[in-house]
Design a protein around this ligand. Sequence first.
Ligand code: 16G
Ligand code: ZN
Length: 567
Amino acid sequence: MSSAYIESILNKQYLQKTFNELASQRPRKSNAINFTYGTSGFRMDSSKLDIPLFATALITFLRSLYCNKFIGIMITASHNPPQDNGFKTIEPKGEMLPHSWESYVTSIANSVYENEYSKFETNMLDIIDTIFKAYPLEKKDTSLRIILGRDTRSSSLPFANFLNDFFTNLTTLKTENVIVLDYGIVTTPQLHFIVRKHTADNIFEQMDLTKEYFDAFFIPFIKLLSKVAKLQSFNTLLIDCANGVGALQLEKLLPLYEKHSPQLKLELINTNYQDCSKLNVECGADFVKTNQKLPGGISEEVANNPNFLFCSLDGDSDRIIFYCLTADKKFCLLDGDKMATLIGEFFIEKLPAPLLESIKLGIVQTAYANGSSTAYIKDVLKLDARCAKTGVKNLHHDAVENFDVGIYFEANGHGTVIFNDKFMQALSKYKLEEFEMFISLINQAVGDAITDLFIVVIILLLLELDPRDWFKKYADLPNTLIKCVVPDRSEFETFDYERQLSKPIGLQEMIDEIVNETNNSDKKNRCFVRASGTEDVVRIYCESSKQENLTIITTKVLEAIKQITNK
Ligand code: 16G
Ligand code: ZN
C-alpha cells in the first residue's frame, strides 16, 4: 500500500471541510497549544480538544487500514475534573498505540496549528506519506474497523457523534467495508476487552460483549467466594464509584451478585453518573490517594463500623484504591504499592516451592512507589523489584520482558498481573484448582479496577487477612506530591526511570544538594521532579523518614526550579 492508495480511498473534500470548520475556531498561532499524545493519549479541557480529536480520528483511520483489524478509541479523561476530556486509541490486541505512532498523532495535531490551513493538505499528506514509507504495506482487501467507547462526561457523547460521522464520511470504501461499532458508555478496561475479543474471534458486528466481560471475571469471583468458609474480618465492601461509569456497570452487576446470596455484602456509593458535574468531585481513587482521607458520601456510622472495607474507583474504572479505619479512626491507605505486595505475598504463599524456584516472579513499580514498599519487596518478600517510567504501558512492557509472573502497579492504584506460557505450563503440572481459578480473575490486558477489586477481596478472604493487618505489613515513609507551574514543561527531561533530571542543566545537582543537606543517618530522603504527561505542570515528589523534612525539601526545590527556569 502506498500513500497513493490511501489517497484513492480518502474523501479529501470531507477531510478539508472538516478541517476548515475546526480551523476557523482555532486560536491563532501565537496562542496555539502544543498538543502531546502521551501515555494516556490526549487529555485537557474539553473545549480545546477539537483538533486532537481530529488527529486521533485520522491516525485511527490509518492504523485500522494498516493493521486491517479493529482499532478502538476510548473517550475519557479518567480521574480529571468533569470539564476535561481525552482520547486514546486501543490496538487490536488491547494494547496502547505503538510509541512511533504517538509522534505521528502528535505531529498531526500540531501541524494543524503550525500552518495556515491552505498548506494543511500538503502537510497532512506529508505525514501520511511518512507513515507509509516507514510502514510499507501491500494493497489488500482493506476495511475500516473502528470500535468506540466513552465515559459519562457531558462532552463524551458529542465527541463520539463526531467520530461516527467522521469515519462514515472520510473514506470512499464501500459501506460494507466501513464498520464503526459504538459500544456507548463503558469502562476503559471493558473497551480493551471488547477490542481484543473482536480481534481474537474475528467478530464483525456489535455484540453484548460487556456481558462476556463480566462472565469472564465475575464467574470465577463467585466460585472463589463460595470457597471461603466464614468471613473473619470484614463483611461489607463499600465501593465509591466516583460518580462515573463504574457505577453504571456495577449497578448492572449487583443484582446478579446478590442472586448468589454471598456472605460478603457489596454496597455502592457516589453513583450519580447522570450528573456529570459530580464526576471525581470529592470522591474517587485519585481524591482518596491524594488527600489520604475518606471520600464524600460515607456516613459517620459506616466509617466507624469495623466490619467495612472501603475502596474507590476512578472516573473510567481502570484504577482502584482500598482503605480502612483503625479503631482509633486512623486512616489506612491501601494503595497500588500495598496491592502489589499483597499479590506477591499470595503467589509466594500459594505456589509450591519448586514451582516458585523455576519461574521469575517479580514486581514492577514507578519512581512514585513508596521506598518502604520497595524495601519490603526486596527484603521481606525477597522478590525482584524493578522501576519503570510512569504510565501503565511502561510497567506492562517491563513486566512482560523481565518476568514469567510480573505484578505491576503504580502507587495510584493502576496495575495488574501478567504471566506467560512458561508459568502456565509449570502451573498445570500441579493440581492447584483454586489457584488456577484465582488466575482467571486477573485481567492481564490492562489495569482494571473491577477485576483488581475481585483479586484483592479474594486474597484477603482466602488468607483470612484483616485489612488493618494488611496495612501494617510495612509503614509508608512520609511523602508529599506537589505541582509547580513552569514556563515550558518540555524543558524537563529525565533519565533513570524519571528519578533524575538531565535538563534543565544544573537542576539535578541542586536537588541532590537539598536532599543531602537534610538527610538523616538512614539516608531515606528522596526527591525527584518530572514533567506531567496529563497536565501543564511539573510534579515534585518527596519522601523522608521525617515528616518535617518534606516541607523543607519541597520549598527549596520549588525555589531552585524558579531560579533555573527564570534564567
Ligand atoms: C495517566 C496514566 C497513569 C499515570 C498518570 C500520570 C495510563 C493509562 N494512564 O493517567 O498510568 O499514572 O497518567 O500522570 O497510562 P502525570 O504524567 O500527569 O503525572
Ligand atoms: Zn483512569
